[in-house]
Design a protein around this ligand. Sequence first.
Ligand SMILES: [Zn+2]
Length: 72
Amino acid sequence: MTKKCIYCKSEIHDDRSLDVCNRCGTGVWGEKMFNAILQNMENAKDKGDLCNSNLSLSEPPSKVGNSRISFM
Ligand SMILES: [Zn+2]
């Protein structure tokens, strides 16, 4: 299924989790913020908890504790 940018309706050909193209994303959030959001979505996809993350960029303290345990 082809995804479309929610702002300009142009098609998005990569498999990002965000329905926003680079041009609009940069225009809306700024380049730095947009990259951070994309990165955050990628990380969430890798962990398989995309439904929980919901665009929030701040990690809850409990998650930090968990990752430290699994790291050890
Ligand atoms: Zn767009």
